[in-house]
Design a protein around this ligand. Structure first.
Ligand code: UFG
Length: 328
């Protein structure tokens, strides 16, 4: 299948492109390169285009069989202070993509949703039927786009899979792909920067949560496990032609302090920490129940926190110079 990956030059999209091509599909990358990287996708067909550009999308959707949508603003904390930008990209522009997809007669759509749609659920682990109750503008935009997919599916016959990622982390084992941002906000790369001496310390956003050590707990899922879930989701749309929603996580939660300790172990270097107040929009605990994805998507995460940190550490060490160039 020829699959258009919108936002495909970014962190998750580029890993998915690689897995798709390994499984015999043809990834076509559509990206505006605002945050994506050409070198992540230089072996594939690449289109430089905006998600908000309906005509451009229609032109390139002509010979496409399925669409995967990765292009989003995705920082929970930032979304609380900049909701306008989040609604513009994650809703308005994303609806342009959805309209172009439907108008082009394409019936398969895979959406990067998020466990941020659940907010702070009372019951853990989180299943797909846990009520959605987002705490941040980011989570609201993801929930709203899921709703749009349901409405479009009912009215226009589009089949979709929404994948609710828990915390994506780690890097491709090849050392060619990983997290690379001009401004980093995610815990694991920031902890590893502190370990490598690129920063003085890592901030801990709150140590007064009702968790065993007072810091937030997340379910970290390796980016290549997420990537294989996309290929399985495409198979599901090809063979079953039914829309569905899946949680993608390992089912194991780690606190911020546990992540820092594990990073110290993997890097064999100490990490200095600074406790700060809570970050607005953060849930105390997010842990996935992946039973449904196992049963229906035949998807089993293969890698745990140590593997995530090992691959991310290798990536971090080999890309320090590149990162510094980007920041400058
Ligand atoms: N954290 C710190 N210090 C930091 C950065 C993060 O203590 O410097 C904490 C956060 O408060 C949170 C945890 O580490 O408790 C993880 O934070 P990240 O920023 O790494 O990830 P988020 O959980 O905020 O968000 C990520 C993705 C979202 C996705 C979400 C699902 O960016 O797209 O995971 O939990 F929705």
């Amino acid at each position: 299948m020829r699959v258009l990956l919108v936002g495909g030059a970014g962190y998750i999209g580029s890993h998915v492109a690689l897995r798709l091509s390994e499984r015999g599909h043809i990834p076509v990358i559509y990206d505006n390169f605002s945050t994506g990287h050409r070198r992540f996708v230089d072996r594939f067909e690449v289109i430089h285009g905006e998600m908000a550009d309906y005509e451009c999308l229609r032109h390139f959707l002509k010979d496409i069989d399925a669409v995967m949508h990765f292009a989003a603003k995705a920082c929970v904390g930032e979304s609380v202070s900049m909701p306008r930008e989040y609604y513009a990209t994650n809703m308005t522009d994303a609806l342009t993509l959805l309209n172009a997809t439907v108008d082009a007669g394409i019936g398969k759509f895979i959406f990067s949703s998020s466990c941020a749609v659940y907010g702070a659920p009372e019951r853990l682990p989180i299943t797909e039927t846990t009520p959605r109750c987002p705490l941040s503008a980011y989570g609201h935009t993801k929930a709203a786009f899921e709703d749009a997919l349901k409405s479009y599916s009912a009215a226009y016959g589009l089949k979709f899979v929404a994948l609710r990622y828990f915390n994506a982390a780690g890097a491709d084992e090849s050392g060619m792909l990983g997290e690379l941002r001009s401004t980093e906000t995610h815990l694991i790369p920031l902890v590893l920067k502190a370990a490598s001496g690129q920063s003085a310390e890592v901030s801990i956003f709150g140590n007064d949560y009702e968790t065993p050590d007072g810091t937030c707990i997340r379910d970290y899922i390796h980016v290549n496990d997420l990537a294989s879930a996309h290929v399985n989701a495409l198979d599901l749309l090809i063979h079953k032609e039914e829309s569905d929603v899946f949680n993608l996580g390992t089912g194991i939660g780690f606190s911020v302090l546990e992540v820092i300790s594990a990073a110290e172990e993997v890097s064999s270097l100490p990490v200095r920490r600074l406790v700060l107040p809570r970050r607005p929009g953060d849930s105390p605990v997010l842990i996935c129940d992946g039973t449904y994805a196992k049963n229906r998507l035949h998807w089993y995460p293969q890698r745990g926190l140590t593997e995530i940190l090992r691959t991310a550490w290798r990536w971090q060490i080999s890309n320090t110079a590149v990162e510094q160039a980007i920041v400058c």
